[in-house]
Design a protein around this ligand. Structure first.
Ligand SMILES: *Cc1c(COP(=O)(O)O)cnc(C)c1O
Length: 392
């Protein structure tokens, strides 16, 4: 895994190595095989006629939007959706050839950029239609979002036909589809509320079609909706978290064996020393055990998303054994107690999440100890770390 620089006089090699993924020995392993598995499962549950737009918000939930995008493209996705225009452009530049949808997070003054990169913005209002068609040069495909009761972006159902009609008459804009995003998390997920939002989306779609406007794709299912409301599949779905294996409690038969893309979080011991206290103060920020307490350091800390309030009983694995983290965790470094692993040496692999020998620290263990949902760990910890991709 470690490139040797010895005997290599090419300065470009040095620069490439310095910019390479593992110059800092702390990383997160992402299993793209899990993404393939989840996409195959999705295709099996929705059938061949439904377009799968993979939502890559939050840098694909921390897993790395570019790598996940290119992988999804070869694994059966029909489109990709983004919360960040920058992320969409990076994926296009990296070779994503699929239709790319932008959720409402950019402005009409970027219309030319969207035309150049062939990105489809979201419109919600008559004013949006006017602004985008004014700003577009050649023409833009757009999605109309419908607000079925989440009160975020989107046209309310009673104005949706009017906005769809304005798109049809604009001359510059072309309706690529309509989508909605029912609120089904954040504690506002009573079945009645979710069903009402889906029904209100369906009513808006019907009204648009009755006004004689053709809708190429109707899409309303994020992960939660697609797991719990199979009737809402329509022509397309746009799940995000499920594709990278965030877990969902589900009540229907669609709770298959979804696999986690986050495979492991690892680092390496950068220092080992035995405490002798000679010439050192007898006080420490932790309980000093003596004689012979062995301290190790790993280059990872709260600025990487590790909880600043170190959970009690937090552990890592080294040489197949569990060792305690000694709080406090610092910004880019943490101590571990190596007293029980006398053979540990600088350079040894340290597992924060994943397997070492017969031991395993699974994501559920971190969620329990840290008091966090797995999706929070994806976006706080995984997102900040350098990624190494498996099964690409
Ligand atoms: C975030 C988002 C999704 C995906 O949600 P998941 O819970 O990650 O599946 C789908 N559609 C829209 C409009 C979104 O904003």
């Amino acid at each position: 895994m470690w490139a040797s620089m010895e005997g290599n006089e090419d300065p470009g090699f040095m620069r490439r190595t310095a910019a390479g993924p593992l110059v800092r020995p702390t990383w997160c392993e992402i299993d793209l095989g899990a993404v393939t598995h989840n996409l195959v499962q999705l295709r099996a549950v929705v059938g061949p006629g439904v377009s799968i737009f993979v939502c890559l918000k939050s840098d694909a939930h921390g897993c790395g939007a570019t790598a996940v995008a290119l992988h999804c493209q070869t694994a059966g996705a029909d489109g990709l959706a983004f919360g960040s225009i920058g992320s969409a452009i990076a994926c296009r530049d990296a070779g994503a050839g699929l239709p790319l949808l932008l959720y409402p997070t950019c402005l009409p003054d970027q219309a030319e950029l969207l035309e150049y990169y062939d990105l489809m913005p979201t419109v919600s209002t008559i004013e949006d239609v006017a602004a985008w068609s004014e700003a577009a040069k050649a023409g833009l495909k757009v999605f109309l979002k419908i607000d079925g009761g989440a009160y975020r972006a989107g046209a309310f159902p009673n104005s949706a036909p009017m906005v769809a009609n304005a798109i049809a008459r604009s001359g510059k804009l072309k309706l690529a589809g309509v989508y909605g995003h029912p609120m089904a998390n954040y504690g506002h997920d009573s079945p009645g509320y979710v069903s009402a939002q889906i029904a209100s989306f369906a009513a808006a779609v019907k009204a648009i079609e009755e006004a004689g406007i053709q809708i190429p794709i109707r899409m309303v299912s994020s992960s939660t909706i697609l797991l719990d409301y199979p009737d809402a599949d329509l022509d397309g779905i746009d799940p995000g978290r499920l594709v990278v294996g965030v877990s969902f409690p589900s009540t229907r038969d669609r709770h298959k064996s979804w696999r986690r893309a986050v495979h492991a979080i690892k680092s390496r011991l950068v220092m080992v020393k035995t405490l002798d206290h000679d010439g050192c103060v007898p006080e420490a920020p932790f309980l000093l055990r003596r004689p012979g307490m062995r301290l190790g350091l790993i280059p990872m800390g709260w600025s990487d998303g590790y909880p600043a309030r170190t959970p009690s009983m937090a552990e890592v694995l080294i040489r197949g054994r569990r060792v305690p983290i000694i709080p406090p965790v610092h910004s880019e470094i943490m101590r571990i107690d190596l007293t029980g692993v006398p053979d540990a040496t600088v350079g040894d692999e340290v597992v924060i999440l994943g397997r070492s020998g017969s031991q395993c620290i699974c994501l559920e263990e971190l969620c329990n100890k840290w008091g966090m949902a797995d999706s929070e760990i994806y976006v706080s910890l995984v997102k900040s770390l350098t990624k190494v991709y498996l099964n690409n």
